[in-house]
Design a protein around this ligand. Structure first.
Ligand code: SAM
Length: 295
């Protein structure tokens, strides 16, 4: 909806993501806020913000979206339904937790798999919220059939992961999501955007990483991300730039990635990745942000 509405105003301010997400970009926020193009965008009237690979939405939640028309897209159907429920039926979701879950703070392995079956039968957003916190290394996995298939995880000390029902965070997220267009498919949202005047628009794109080798694939996503998709994305983003948009892309910094981003302003960044519960599995990834559009 929001794609066609320039003028609506969204109350909200910056906050933490409501879901923990593998590859979440919260640590990138200080870098992004310093970028001249982001500072220039913040002074524009009737602004629009598009985040087509939303995940945990660290950048959206970190951004002051007051008065900004926002559109987000996320292919993961459980996450999408969760955000839509937080947006439209937050009090019902909270009532569901209060009456059914109470103040419990963890699940056993057997309960996890029981709840996982229920989630796959019912798609209930409350179950997704719980299981996203209890799963192995916080890795939210969807298999090719579209089922949630993350496995049960323990902390390094062998204890179950804590489950926190953040009532205040859910309500805050609900306020921030009011008026936001929640879409399924990144490419479709960007394609629709190319029909518009994008001169006051900031697009932040954080697609899945390209696999390290052409034969590897990142199994957290049901649709594998590959060079062909990155190439298609970059050409669509070019079209958005030609309509006036400022675009920022996050990707793994490799020679291959850079071949698709020639003529973009490249800024290398190093992020400590929090996918993994042990120090050894928390790798430093060479990442980049690629920027295009008016300053
Ligand atoms: C690297 S994550 C984004 C993380 C996010 N920036 C954050 O801070 O949490 C990439 C996201 O893109 C989603 N995705 C992959 N392909 C997509 C597509 N074609 N349309 C919409 N979302 C997609 C994945 O499900 C995943 O959540």
């Amino acid at each position: 909806m929001a794609l066609l509405q320039f003028e609506h105003s969204i109350p909200g301010n910056n906050m933490n993501p409501i879901l923990k997400w593998p590859g979440g970009k919260r640590k990138l926020l200080p870098v992004l806020w310093e970028l001249p193009c982001v500072q220039a965008w913040q002074k524009k009237p009737q602004r629009r913000y598009i985040e087509p690979f939303f995940g945990g939405g660290a950048v959206f939640f970190g951004l002051d979206t007051t008065g900004v028309a926002c559109d987000i897209a996320e292919a993961n159907p459980f996450a999408r339904r969760f955000y839509a429920t937080v947006q439209q039926q937050c009090e019902q979701l909270i009532a569901c937790f209060q009456s059914w879950w109470g103040d419990r703070d963890c699940v056993s392995e057997a309960e996890f798999y029981q709840l996982r079956s229920w989630l796959n039968e019912t798609q209930h957003p409350a179950l997704f919220y719980l299981l996203s916190q209890a799963c192995f290394n916080g890795l939210i996995r969807i298999n090719a059939a579209g089922a949630f298939n993350s496995s049960y995880g323990l902390k390094t000390d062998g204890q179950p992961n804590w489950i926190v029902i953040d009532y205040a965070g859910l309500r805050e997220a609900s306020r921030k999501l009011q008026g936001v267009g929640i879409h399924r498919e990144a490419f479709r949202v960007l394609f629709m955007a190319t029909e518009l005047d994008l001169s006051n628009t900031l697009i932040y794109c954080d697609p899945p990483y390209l696999p390290r080798t052409p034969t590897a694939s990142f199994s957290s996503y049901s649709i594998p991300w590959n060079e062909k998709r990155l190439q298609a994305l970059v050409s669509l983003l070019w079209r958005c730039c030609s309509r006036g948009a400022t675009v920022i892309v996050s990707e793994r910094d490799t020679p291959v990635t850079r071949t698709y981003l020639t003529n973009w302003k490249i800024q290398p960044v190093e992020l400590n990745h929090s996918i993994g519960c042990t120090a050894a599995s928390r790798v430093k990834e060479a990442e980049l942000i690629a920027i295009h559009g008016p300053v």
